[in-house]
Each structure stands twice: as C-alpha cells, then as structure tokens.
Ligand binder design. Structure first.
Ligand SMILES: Nc1nc2c(c(=O)[nH]1)N[C@H]1C(S)=C(S)[C@@H](COP(=O)(O)OP(=O)(O)OC[C@H]3O[C@@H](n4cnc5c(=O)[nH]c(N)nc54)[C@H](O)[C@@H]3O)O[C@H]1N2
Ligand SMILES: Nc1nc2c(c(=O)[nH]1)N[C@H]1C(S)=C(S)[C@@H](COP(=O)(O)OP(=O)(O)OC[C@H]3O[C@@H](n4cnc5c(=O)[nH]c(N)nc54)[C@H](O)[C@@H]3O)O[C@H]1N2
Ligand SMILES: [Mo]
Length: 713
C-alpha cells in the first residue's frame, strides 16, 4: 500500500520536455486532417485534431484518435530482415541496412542484365499520401531504371475518367461550400464513415433547412441520418441519372440559359434520356416510380443543390459511366451557378504543385514507354506469360496481399519461388510475410512530409514529432540509397525531404501562390488559390468560375453531354446504362449458382487494411461480417451470429452473419478490410472479389461480384 509503481511515478513527474508538433494525418482519406501531436521525453503521448483548422475543426476520427497505438504497435518492423524460412512462412532474420540494400541492388543488376528493367515492378499505393514519401517515390527511381510502369487504378481512376469526359478534369466545388446548400446528395458514398469531416457541413445545411439525400444499395450509417434514402439496386445509378434527366427535360425543368451557353449535346442527351422513362427506370433500379419523379423534380428546382459523388459506387464494372452520367446533372439544372451548388468527386487536381519536378518522368530512358501493368490485375501479371516475366517487385505504401482483388491469385503469385520480393513497411502485414527482403519504414510521426488533399483545399506540412523507432527509415531515403547503389548519380537522388518539398512548391501556378515552406513551418496549413483562376480562397470563389462557364476543360471548353472524345476513344459518346458484368441480366447462368450480389465497401473502424491490426479497433469492428436480408437468410436457414460460408469461382471465406433489413434482398454487404491473418481460414473478403476492370479508367470492381452464402454446418 502507498507504494507507487514505477510507471505511475513517472506519470506524476512534471513533463518538462512536453511539446506540441503540427502533424498531418497521412492516410488515404479525403479529410487529410490537421493534427497536433503531443510528445514528452521523445515519446508520442497523444494526438488531437487541430481546433484552429477550418476543415478538421478539432476532431479526429475514431481510427486516428489513438494514433500512439498504431505508432507503438507490436506489429511494427524495427530492423531490416531477410527471409530464412519458406516463402510466406513469416520467418526472417535480422541484417544490417547495408547488407539488405546491397543484396537488393545486386539482384536487380542481374535481373536487368538478363531480362531488362521491365522485369522489375514497383508496386505501391497511398499508405501515406505525402509528396515526399508517396509521389516522389512513385516516380524518380523507377523512371530512371526504366522499370515496368504500374497503373495505379485501384481506387479513383474510373470515377475520374467518367467525370473528365463530362467536365474535362476531375475538379469540383469546395466541400466547405456544402454548408450553403439546400439539397445535398451523398451518391454512392458512406460519408459518416469515409468522409467524416464533411458531415458537420451537411448538418449545418440541414439545420438551415436543407434536405439530405443518400443513394446507396445498403442502408449505411450515413443513410441513417438522411431525409430521403434511395435504396436502389446495385449498379443501376446510370439508369437513375438518365431517368432524372428524362423527367427534368420532359417537364422543362432544366436551366435553358446555362445549358445553351455552357454545354454541348443537349439534343443527343434528350434522345438518350427519352429511352429512360420513369417506369423503365423503376424496373431497373427497384425504386418506386413516383419517388424517382419527385426526386428529379426536387433536384431540378431546389437551389442550390450539391452532389458528393463517391469513389465507392464507381467500383463497379459500369462505374466509369456512373460518374460520367451523374456529372452531367449539375450543368443540366444550372447548379454550378450558386454557392453551395455543383458537385465534388475529388479536390486533388486543384493543387497545382510541380509534379514533373517531383516525379521526374524525364529520367526515363529514351525510346518507347516501358510496359504498363494494371495494379488490379496483379495476380494475372504474376501468373501470366509476360515477356519479360515479372522477376522482382518492390512493394511499399501498400498491402496487396490483403487489398487487391482476387487475392488467391495474388497470393499464388507472391508464393512464386523465383519472384524476388522487397517489401518496405511499417508493420508485419499480410504482404510483408511474403517478402524476401523486409525493410522497416518510419511512420508519419517520424518523418517530414507535405500533403495536398482529395477532399479539401489545404496544403499542409507534417513535421516529425519523434525520432525514428528502431532502424526505421523513410521511403525517400531508402529509394535514394537504392538509386545510388544502382549507380544512378542524378542530383535528385541526394535530395532531402525538405528539398523535395521545396521542389514541389516551386511553381508559378496561381493556385499555389503564397504557399511557401517557411509559412507552412509556422502555420502548418494554407488554403490554396489566393489569386487563382482555378483554385479558391473563400468557399464561393471557385463556384464563380463554373458559374460563368470558365472552369470546364473539355475539348469544347463546355460541359460535354455528348463527348466526341469518348467516341474517338471507343466509348459511347453519351451516358449509357449497361447492366453489371456479373448479374442476373448479364450472366444468368452464373447467377443461378451464385445468386447474391456482394458489395465490399470501406468499414467504419479500419482504413482499407490500415488500423485492422489494432486490438481496440478490431474489437469495435467486432468480426469479419456479412449483412444479409431476412428473406435471403430465411431461405438459407441463417440467423444473426451464424458463421456462413461465402463462395464463388474465385474463392471462399467464412464470415459472421448479420441478418438485417439494412441490406436489400439479393444483395449482401461485407465491409473491408480485415487482414488475412485475422480472418477465419486465413482469407478476407478479397478472396471473392473480381479483378475485372471498369468500363472506363481501368479501375477496380470490388462491388461487382456474385456469390452464394450458406450456413456453415
Ligand atoms: N473508415 C474508413 N474511411 C475511409 C476508408 C476506409 O476503408 N475506412 N477508405 C478511404 C478510401 S481509400 C476511399 S477511396 C474512400 C471511399 O469512400 P466511399 O466513396 O464512401 O466508398 P465505399 O465506402 O467503398 O463505398 C460507398 C458506398 O457505395 C455503395 N455502393 C456500392 N455499389 C454501389 C452502387 O452501384 N450504387 C451506389 N449508389 N452505391 C454503391 C456501398 O454500399 C457503400 O456504402 O474512403 C476513404 N475513407
Ligand atoms: N474488398 C475491398 N478491397 C479494397 C477496397 C474496398 O472497398 N473493398 N478499397 C480499395 C481502395 S479504394 C484502396 S485505395 C486500396 C488501398 O489499399 P492500400 O494502398 O494497400 O492501403 P492500406 O490497406 O491502407 O495499406 C497501406 C499500407 O501502407 C503502409 N504504410 C503507411 N505509411 C507508410 C510509409 O510511410 N512507408 C511505407 N513503406 N509504408 C507505409 C501501411 O502500414 C499499410 O500496410 O484498397 C482497395 N481494396
Ligand atoms: Mo481508395
């Protein structure tokens, strides 16, 4: 009694060295939160959302709120290691950095001499979204080497391609302007889980009388707070959009002046929309006819109206066309005219940073571009008769064993004995287990980086809060070191993180005017577009450019309902509805055996496969689960809590059933993403997902899968 445990004594001692550091959440999320990291005695104590940041507004999501759990996770890798057991066994022994990097460079030199540099495949995505540790590392080394190019298509390219045929680029409105809207539509996006910091702006608008509409095949958390929830059949959004256009055009509710001045192809669009009268759209989407008509009328008449277009819905075989069709709507009704009106898919192309100087495409060897491999087709690329075969991969910022579709095929590839795999990671992930050489990476708390955003309009600087754990090194340092060992002596391979950041900011693009490294050091965060023709300062400014038709970058300079460019590139020049590639309509035989449509969108407590290893968040997410409608459950004798076997021709997984009317009959919903490590039978939902590509943009189709579900006996 009375004796303090040593830890408590430390806890009571004054923390003379406690400091607060300006940080940025680096993860693949539209919010890109401004954080304050509190550090004492060289240790991260806690993080908080920066209260003075206009978009973060002092709150963090549940995942990041205890970031110290992730930084000090027992899964952290601390030293370089080489494999000492069979592939995939997870058995490694510690080596020095010099040994590991020499081994890699030697092996690559041999492969390049025998098979050429295309036999090497860099594989990365957005584990961190920093300019230094993402962007620079995607370009420089691999361009200089002439390695295979990776098409980074897993997330956003289908949406961007569809949006771009209509608008000429993927820019849109400032999310902060949503507060001024009178009608907000979350179309195929689960904002309350995936874009948490937009919700206060939605709530503010609702308080001022706005109606909030959610369009989703599943009744998500977000749908729970909607004034109107449209639970359509999956993959039918283009038909809904065309049905809305039908009503708007037939009833003369469109903005004739805006359409005449700033759009092309209205007559062709009218003809196409005529093919989609409300009764036909009702039978395609499963929505009642009167609901479709009423919704179309509200969309056309309530002003201003803002659409938040999700990347989620575009992960369907017909997802590019969904974005193409939906992006036509705001121009038709003149929504772009008003503050609080328009559409937002992504804000990333508003940031006019010096991409070429960071990525260095000019470093590529002369001659034709190296071959491209679509990251969604990794399994096939590793299995196929490629010429040359992929003999080595370096993987960083990504966990393809867990996140890529058709994971059984991916894992077969990673198991290849003749594949030399280098993984640079923070954690012992599912992918890290297949490495031949495993390198430890610093976390955001341990390195310097610069961040733009795909969901808001601020440039932000992340300053390191603590020293690197163990022997961890940032991506940029490791890649620079590898480049020099390969004999690439270009000056960029000696750049520090700060120099990369200064390079990114060295531009006269008006969106970036006034953004300097020195200011960022002090202020942490600066909104883009001080005197920009394409950016913005106040939430209204960008709108002005779309309002007077200046913001469109198509060949005609207008919103293209009819796209000559799409036609030239082999696509329908108009928005076109095509049923899902795996569906009762398109593949009736497959659907007899596998009658249920599986959607596998983002989960609330994980971020793709990040955070899925942390006990507190695993507990909150409960178990790998699947939601199934009571009708489908009764037929299969399934009750909530039962373990079910879910399978198709690609694989099988075991999940826990949630029998619930949140799902609709014929559609099941299983949020992503648990690690294979923590999934029953060692396989997560991606054992079922398709590696088919989207109609536009070569994107992923994580929601276009037919499966069968049965109770495990
Ligand atoms: N908590 C959390 N936040 C995240 C992520 C995460 O994993 N967890 N991931 C981050 C990343 S990388 C991204 S890209 C974004 C993604 O964020 P979102 O764009 O919100 O994407 P998802 O959650 O995958 O899917 C959104 C919704 O699309 C619905 N959907 C599926 N098919 C269709 C369809 O045919 N039509 C319609 N209308 N809806 C459909 C799904 O039911 C789902 O509710 O979120 C980011 N934020
Ligand atoms: N079934 C299903 N699968 C999906 C999706 C889905 O909706 N359903 N969503 C897809 C989408 S939208 C996306 S964007 C992808 C995302 O897939 P990934 O890009 O693989 O994203 P994460 O799962 O977050 O894994 C990122 C990894 O990067 C590591 N990392 C973080 N920071 C650093 C760093 O500084 N250096 C290094 N070397 N490593 C770092 C993390 O530890 C983590 O293991 O997943 C896709 N997979
Ligand atoms: Mo994503």
């Amino acid at each position: 009694m009375g004796q303090l445990a040593p830890e408590s004594a430390i806890a009571l001692a004054p923390r003379l060295t406690e400091k607060a550091v300006l940080s940025v959440c680096p993860h693949d999320c539209p919010d890109t939160c401004a954080m304050i990291s509190h550090v004492a005695d060289g240790r991260l104590l806690r993080v908080e959302g920066n209260p003075s940041h206009p978009y973060t507004r002092g709150t963090l999501c549940r995942k990041v709120a205890h970031y110290e759990e992730r930084v000090y996770s027992p899964d952290r890798l601390l030293y370089p290691m080489v494999r000492c057991g069979p592939k995939g066994s997870g058995r490694f022994e510690r080596v020095s950095w010099d040994h590991a990097l020499d081994l890699i460079a030697d092996r690559w030199r041999t492969i390049i001499a025998e098979s050429g540099p295309e036999a090497i495949l860099p594989y990365s995505y957005a584990g961190t979204m920093g300019v230094v540790n993402m962007s620079a590392c995607e370009g420089r080394l691999w361009n200089r080497m002439g390695a295979s190019r990776l098409l980074r298509t897993i997330c956003s390219t289908a949406g961007e391609a569809g949006h771009t045929y209509t608008m000429g680029w993927s820019g849109g409105i400032d999310p902060e302007s949503f507060a001024h809207s009178k009608l907000i539509i979350a179309w195929g996006t689960n904002l309350s889980s995936t874009n948490v910091h937009l919700m206060p702006f939605v709530r503010e608008a609702q308080k001022n009388g706005a109606k909030f509409v959610v369009i989703d095949p599943f009744k998500t958390r977000t749908a729970g707070s909607a004034d109107l929830f449209l639970q359509l059949k999956p993959g039918t959004d283009t038909a809904l959009a065309l049905g809305m256009m039908h009503v708007i055009l037939e009833e003369g509710l469109y903005d004739g002046d805006y359409v005449a001045r700033y759009t092309v192809g209205i007559d062709a669009l009218r003809d196409r929309a005529r093919e989609f009268p409300p009764d036909r759209v009702a039978s395609i989407t499963g929505l009642p006819e009167d609901v479709i008509v009423d919704f179309a009328r509200s969309y056309a008449t309530v002003k201003p109206s803002a659409i938040r277009l999700g990347y989620g819905l575009t992960r369907n075989s017909n997802g590019g066309m969904m974005a193409r069709a939906i992006t036509c709507l705001p121009a038709l009704v003149g929504a772009w005219r008003h503050l609080g009106g328009g559409l937002l898919l992504s804000s990333s192309s508003h940031f006019g940073w010096n991409r070429a100087a960071v990525m260095r495409p000019d470093l590529r060897p002369a001659g034709p571009l190296p071959r491209a491999i679509n990251m969604n087709e990794l399994g096939a690329a590793l299995a196929g008769q490629q010429n040359p075969p992929v003999r080595s991969m370096m993987i960083w910022n990504c966990n393809p064993a867990a996140v890529a579709p058709n994971s059984n095929l991916v894992i077969d590839g990673l198991m290849r004995d003749d594949l030399f795999t280098v993984v640079h990671e923070q954690l012992m992930t599912d992918t890290a287990r297949y490495a031949d050489v495993l390198l430890p990476a610093t976390s955001q708390m341990e390195h310097l980086d610069l961040h733009f955003s795909y969901g808001q309009m601020y440039v932000q600087l992340n300053q390191p809060a603590i020293e690197p754990l163990g022997e961890c090194r940032p991506n940029i340092d490791v890649q620079n070191d590898l480049a020099r060992r390969m004999g690439y002596m270009d000056a960029c391979f000696s750049q520090s993180a700060e120099e990369v950041i200064r390079t990114a900011l060295s531009t006269d693009d008006p969106s970036m005017s006034g953004v300097t490294y020195e200011r960022l050091l002090v202020e942490g965060s600066i909104k883009i577009g001080a005197d920009s023709s394409r950016g913005l300062v106040k939430s209204g400014d960008l709108i002005q450019t779309f309002a007077d038709g200046q913001g469109f970058r198509t060949p005609s300079g207008k919103v293209e309902f009819y796209s000559e460019k799409a036609l030239e590139e082999g696509y329908d020049p108009l928005p076109a509805y095509v049923p899902l590639a795996e569906s009762h309509e398109a593949t009736p035989e497959l659907a007899r055996e596998f009658p249920l449509n599986l959607l596998s969108p983002a989960s609330h407590h994980f971020l793709n496969s990040t955070f899925s290893n942390l006990p507190s968040l695993m507990k909150a997410e409960k178990a790998p689960r699947i939601w199934i409608h009571p009708e489908d459950a009764v037929e299969r004798d399934i009750s909530s809590g039962d373990v079910v076997r879910v399978h198709n021709l690609r694989g099988e997984v075991e999940l826990r059933a949630e029998v619930s009317e949140l799902a609709q009959p014929g559609t099941v919903w299983s949020p992503s993403l648990w690690w294979h490590r923590d999934s029953p039978k060692g396989r997560n939902v991606n054992a079922l997902t398709s590696d088919l590509l989207t109609d536009l943009g070569g994107g992923s189709t994580f929601h276009t899968n037919l499966v069968q579900v049965e109770r495990k006996r």
